[in-house]
Design a protein around this ligand. Sequence first.
Ligand code: HEC
Length: 153
Amino acid sequence: MMKAVKKILIALAVVFIAIQFIPSGIPENIPEDKNSIANSSLAAGPVLDQINKSCFDCHSNQVKFPWYSRLAPSSWLLAIHISEGKSHLNFSEWEAYSNREKIGLLEAIKDEVGSGKMPLKSYVLIHRDAKLNSEEISALLKWADEASARILE
Ligand code: HEC
């Protein structure tokens, strides 16, 4: 009995190590980020820090998650989330969006953050510091409203 368990554990360990060699598809960091929201006057200070901490891993060209996120198979899931997340909203390309797109995205941010859908739950489970408390959610919603108003000015 013990022997069988040991064999299964060894087999699992071998599979775990072997899958680490399959490329995850997580994109490389792109340091050149001139259109980033970080360079826009629309977001600054604590709100920008919050977006950076809670959203950038999936919604920007800056990927900075810790080593354990890079372990397969969770890295594959993250790679899918990044490519999907960026296709909807890329904070690194913020300044390239038209005013109409920005306002639409700010609305979507309010929906997603306000309903607790973003940041994704599976991500927050591992990245505890990305989790938003109720004050942080309120601050983001308020920011999105003010930012929309400023774009319309
Ligand atoms: C783990 C990756 C991940 C993180 C972190 C994350 N998102 Fe997302 N986001 C996604 C994915 C994947 C989608 C597209 C699928 C969906 O809507 O579930 C998405 C969709 C969105 C959309 C919808 C855009 C549209 O076109 O309707 C908005 C807005 C959004 N995210 C905002 C945010 C904000 C703001 C944060 C940070 C507070 C955040 N996300 C954090 C992965 C992520």
